[in-house]
Design a protein around this ligand. Structure first.
Ligand code: UDX
Length: 471
């Protein structure tokens, strides 16, 4: 029965995952479905007081489970496997009890919420899908990265089988060699465009990196879910979606979600709105916005190269430098930016920006980004040219699509010497061709999300699917 649908939405507890699953949850609630959004206790505490902690709809509420780590644990890029192990040990039990209680008929209509009828779990949490199915609750997998990266992970077993992986040992040689075996990418995919973990081996052996192994296993396990949900649009990733479809029970491409179901910010960091007034004072399309997302860390040397390149390019720049991002104190970072820009107005540094607002500001001329999938989609929708310096995981392949397929930007992968930064930023700011491609892509994606477009239609189909009794 339509009115009885209640979905438990479970994001992997990192910023890039929370954001798009929150847009998704908001969209479901807007379509009349009850939604319980399950944070970790740690994140819910960080979000307390943020607009997102007050639900945007009476049909959307927030609950939490522990992640098993102490509050002062960094939960950084170097400890992702630790976070995964801790959640497996701690969160699974709490989740099982909660789901068991929320899905039982005796708990019906607690706080106006009917029993949970379906789980949508981040595909990186295969255990959430297994437990739901064990409890008789149908479950769907949501992958927050691009379809092309999902397809790349799905192809890794074949690449291993055919000997394409692991890459030949020895000093990074051969990274420009083409990769055969990721369908639909013939002619443009190179070794260096595969997830960076493909370049690493378990020390002293021919075995692949443990993180890659984990991501591939999780991707393959997504097949067990009743359907796969992707935050992408058919017009962006048509070929990848077509090649994924035969592997899954059903696939829904329903993005870019941020543009379809706007919601108050779900930022784990406090957004520094002061940069908006600074942007107001800048000329149209004159500013380079620089952000490497929520996880990337750079060395002091890389920071210095970026800084010199940005100063030399000559445009004003707004730079997000999280306090944990460069291996030196924030005070040092700020002093070095001030010194390099002569204490002038060329630069503004913030610890965290209201990124969606920044990207739609008339003053922003290009986006120097790590090509995380959310950031990529946010730039695509606003028609902002990109300069990509991918850091890890899906970002290597996303940036290749930007530079070689959509041509809405340039891929600066693996280099950040000052001359390269200066040259690439200048080209992205000044190239009419890139700007035209970025604007055309934005129009194309806006058609996907408008009523009757592919993403809007798929979202409606998904709501119907979720409402089907027993799916
Ligand atoms: C990583 C992956 O690369 C991504 O593809 C995957 O789906 C999740 O993990 P992350 O480093 O978090 O992501 O980057 P991204 O996917 O771009 O997400 C970052 C989010 O934080 C974006 O929604 C962006 O708007 C937001 N953000 C970033 C801010 O709101 N303010 C900032 O200052 C920086």
């Amino acid at each position: 029965m339509a009115a009885a649908a209640h979905v438990l939405v479970l994001p992997w507890p990192l910023q890039g995952h929370i954001n798009c699953m929150l847009y998704f949850a908001t969209g479901l609630a807007g379509a009349g479905v009850h939604v319980t959004f399950l944070h970790t206790e740690h994140n819910l505490r960080r979000l307390a007081g943020a607009p997102s902690s007050a639900a945007a709809s009476p049909r959307l509420r927030f609950l939490s489970v522990p992640d098993g780590l102490p509050d002062d644990h960094p939960r950084s890029v170097d400890s992702l496997l630790e976070l995964a192990a801790s959640m497996l040990a701690t969160s699974t039990g709490a989740y099982r009890s909660l789901l068991s209680s929320l899905s039982s008929a005796s708990d019906a209509v607690v706080g106006g919420f009917p029993p949970v009828t379906c789980v949508v779990a981040d595909g990186l949490m295969a255990w959430a899908i297994d437990i739901a199915e064990e409890l008789g609750v149908p479950s769907l997998a949501f992958r927050t990265a691009s379809a092309c990266s999902f397809l790349a992970y799905l192809s890794v077993p074949d690449l291993l089988e055919s000997g394409e992986l692991p890459f030949p040992a020895g000093g990074g040689g051969g990274l420009d060699e083409p990769v055969r075996g990721v369908p639909g990418t013939e002619g443009f995919l190179r070794r260096r465009d595969l997830p960076i973990q493909c370049r690493r081996r378990r020390s002293d052996s021919d075995d692949v990196d443990p993180m890659l192994r984990t991501l591939v296993d999780l991707t393959v396990q997504s097949r067990k879910a009743r359907a796969l949900i992707l935050n992408t649009a058919a017009s962006l990733e048509h070929a990848a979606l077509a090649h994924i479809a035969p592997h899954m029970r059903d696939v829904f491409a329903i993005g870019p979600l941020h543009a379809m179901h706007p919601t108050p910010s779900g930022s784990l960091w406090r957004e520094d709105d002061g940069c908006m007034a600074w942007l107001d004072a800048q000329a149209d399309m004159s500013v380079v916005y620089v952000s490497l997302g929520s996880l990337a860390v750079i060395s002091h040397e890389q920071f210095a190269e970026f800084l010199s390149g940005l100063v030399a390019a000559g445009y004003p720049f707004l730079w997000v430098l999280r306090p944990d991002m460069v291996g030196v104190s924030q005070a040092t970072v700020l002093q070095e930016v001030a010194r390099a820009t002569g204490n002038g107005e060329q630069a503004r540094v913030v610890a965290w920006a209201p990124q969606r607002d920044v990207l739609r500001h008339r003053a922003v001329g290009c986006f120097l980004t790590h090509a995380g999938w959310n950031s990529t989609l946010e730039a695509v929708v606003e028609g902002v040219p990109m300069v990509c310096w991918p850091f890890f995981a899906d970002q290597q392949i996303n940036s290749r699509f930007v530079g070689a397929v959509w041509r809405n930007g340039l891929d600066m992968k693996d280099v950040c010497e000052r001359e390269a930064v200066e040259r690439t930023v200048r080209e992205a700011m000044e190239s009419d061709e890139i700007r035209r491609s970025a604007e055309a892509l934005a129009q194309q994606v806006k058609r996907d999300i408008a009523a009757g477009g592919s993403s809007a239609t798929e979202f409606q189909r998904l709501v119907g699917f979720i409402r089907e009794p027993g799916i």
